[in-house]
Design a protein around this ligand. Structure first.
Ligand SMILES: CC(C)(COP(=O)(O)OP(=O)(O)OC[C@H]1O[C@@H](n2cnc3c(N)ncnc32)[C@H](O)[C@@H]1OP(=O)(O)O)[C@@H](O)C(=O)NCCC(=O)NCCS
Length: 275
């Protein structure tokens, strides 16, 4: 499994670069991106789409053969993949960070069991830690709530909460179910670094915990993937050398790379049927 992450600061992306990059994705993806009211939201989804296409280009997959479809629950996947070496991927974005996890598709084709989530470790300005956590209380287990008790140091509570939430999001995204899976069924023990689903360790699952700094901000991220076998793995990669599987770049360079390396759609013939 690999993770690519992009730090996106809107003021650095010119209109010219945005529009040039938009021509590097197929008409269906363009329509979706243009449908956002806010340019920043459009840009986050555009960057995710570009990340996918650059990774596919690295793997020698022709640009005009890329068709992204989605499951009835909305999980995007690559259409028309052959049985050999299919690619599993999942995308996430929050504030200034867009990230994609990808790897071999081994379980639950066509969208496969891979999910990623990133969140900025920050309580919204209008909330206190108590009021913020209270909003999510219904989806936290008894153990999780005890690890978020108000006598625990503030920063530790906040960091623990975001780990719990990103674990829940990453796992449900790996299942492809989104809102269709009760978050309370997923438990992250922030002290022991253990994950349980419905009270049991999930056999065959691997969870990778990582952080990405952005100036004074910190993002917590979790990738969940089904790898098979009898074990259940939680890899806490915080403060470790992640360079063999995690790449962080800035949006300007990734969009410029797309313009330089991906052909414009006007020069390609696309099949319809994607999203
Ligand atoms: C789809 C869902 C899983 C996305 O979660 P999110 O944290 O809001 O957003 P993320 O940035 O992590 O993920 C968005 C990406 O997930 C992918 N995605 C969409 N539906 C998906 C699904 N059913 N399964 C997996 N991935 C999905 C898409 O690539 C999307 O990005 P794009 O539209 O730019 O391509 C979300 O709508 C959901 O159902 N979340 C769980 C329910 C909940 O209670 N959330 C509360 C959050 S505070």
């Amino acid at each position: 499994m690999q993770v690519r992450a992009v730090l996106y600061h809107p003021e650095l992306i010119t209109d010219e670069l945005y529009h040039a990059t938009l021509t590097r994705v197929d008409p269906d993806a363009q329509a979706k991106i243009k449908g956002f009211y806010r340019r920043e939201d459009a840009c986050r989804t555009l960057i995710g789409a570009i990340l996918l296409r650059l990774v596919l280009k690295e793997r020698g997959i022709p640009h005009n053969s890329i068709t992204v479809s989605k499951t009835p629950e909305g999980k995007p996947y690559l259409l028309n993949q052959g049985p050999d070496d299919p690619i599993a991927f999942n995308i996430t974005h929050d504030n200034s960070l867009i990230s994609m996890a990808f790897g071999p598709g081994v379980h639950q084709a066509p969208a496969f069991s891979i999910g990623v989530d990133v969140m900025k470790v920050q309580i919204p300005a209008h909330d206190t830690t108590d009021s913020f956590i209270a909003v999510f209380e219904q989806q936290l287990t008894t153990l999780e709530k005890s690890q978020l008790a108000s006598d625990i140091p503030e920063q530790q509570r906040v960091e623990r909460f975001f780990w719990m939430w990103t674990v829940k999001e990453a796992y449900t995204k790996a299942l492809g179910l989104g809102m269709g899976f009760e978050f309370i069924r997923v438990e992250f023990d922030a002290v022991q670094r253990q994950i349980k689903i419905d009270g049991k360790t999930p056999k065959g699952w691997k969870f990778t915990l990582f952080t990405i700094p952005d100036a004074d901000d910190l993002y917590e991220g979790v990738a969940a993937e089904f790898v098979g076998g009898d074990g259940s793995q939680v890899h806490d990669e915080v403060a470790k050398d992640c360079s063999s599987w995690l790449t962080v770049v800035d949006a300007l360079s990734v969009l410029q790379r797309a313009v330089d390396e991906l052909p414009s759609i006007s020069s390609l013939v696309y099949k319809s049927g994607g999203v």
